[in-house]
Design a protein around this ligand. Structure first.
Ligand SMILES: Nc1nc2c(c(=O)[nH]1)N[C@H]1C(S)=C(S)[C@@H](COP(=O)(O)O)O[C@H]1N2
Ligand SMILES: [Mo]
Length: 252
């Protein structure tokens, strides 16, 4: 079955079983505007399509809540990560001067950025919440360069649909659609609460998407790939998360 007809079947099936006209309308709109998430197949597919499509239709341009300094968490919680590799320890020992963030894929000028280069671009500071799916959260101030600025520098091609990003830590990779990639609050961060970003919080470089759950904010990123084809990565579900039972789109 072709991709299109499989999708059509899925969405039509959803509309038929929904029994509520709003769901039918959402499903038809999802179909019409291509609002099908990469993990929109399988048994949880219809739910993922509904979530993604309705969030996108309602909140494409909305902002995540930003907080005031008085609301900063006294003790931000660094969630546990795997023990650092020897390679990572070497980067850390030389204060990450050799760390590179490679940006390539569907771009005109593939580039490897140093941390200092990233710090030299127009920065944005925002006080936002990290929300883990396990039920805890904290508020911190993040400093970084908007991902949109980086995408402009490298010359993202108009056909681009997704931005994939990879950690040096194996099995941690994610992607976002262009609405999130170009969103002003999506930052490539290098600082937190006025300091360099500590390793526990993902230093030297971490992706921050305050409009999605914490697991989309991948730590220790060293590669960004712009693409129009999710099938090229892993099992083709858009990120590592759906491969282990979490939604690709984790809007909050
Ligand atoms: N590389 C990497 N990134 C990661 C994780 C991880 O284990 N490794 N955990 C994720 C999860 S599940 C959450 S909730 C947040 C936690 O961020 P924090 O440590 O700042 O609280 O980081 C996300 N990014
Ligand atoms: Mo999490």
């Amino acid at each position: 079955m072709t991709e299109i007809s499989r999708r059509k079947l899925l969405v039509t099936g959803l509309a038929a079983t929904a029994g509520v006209s709003a769901l039918g309308v959402a499903a038809r709109l999802a179909q019409k505007y291509g609002l099908i998430p990469p993990d929109g197949g399988g048994i949880y597919g219809p739910g993922e399509i509904l979530t993604y499509a309705s969030m996108r239709l309602l909140t494409r341009h909305s902002l995540a809540r930003e907080f005031s300094r008085s609301e900063l968490s006294a003790r931000p919680l660094a969630n546990e990560v795997a023990p650092p590799s020897e390679e990572f320890k070497r980067f850390e020992a030389s204060k990450f001067v050799d760390w590179r963030l490679v940006v390539d894929g569907m771009v005109d000028r593939p580039t490897a950025f140093t941390v200092d280069q990233l710090k030299g671009y127009p920065s944005r500071s925002q006080i936002t919440e990290v929300v883990c799916e396990e039920g805890w959260s904290y508020v911190a101030e993040w400093d970084g360069v908007p991902l949109s600025h980086i995408l402009n520098l490298v010359g993202t091609r108009p056909q681009a649909k997704y931005v994939f990003y990879f950690s040096i830590e194996p099995d941690w990779w994610e992607s976002m659609d262009m609405a999130d990639a170009l969103h002003p609050q999506t930052l490539v961060t290098y600082g937190m609460n006025g300091d360099d970003l500590a390793v526990g919080f993902g230093g030297p470089i971490r992706m921050r998407l305050p409009r999605q759950l914490g697991y989309k904010s991948v730590k220790f990123i060293n590669r960004i790939v712009v693409t129009d084809d999710v099938k090229k990565f892993g099992k083709g579900l858009g990120s590592a998360s759906p491969e282990t039972g979490y939604a690709w789109y984790a809007g909050i």
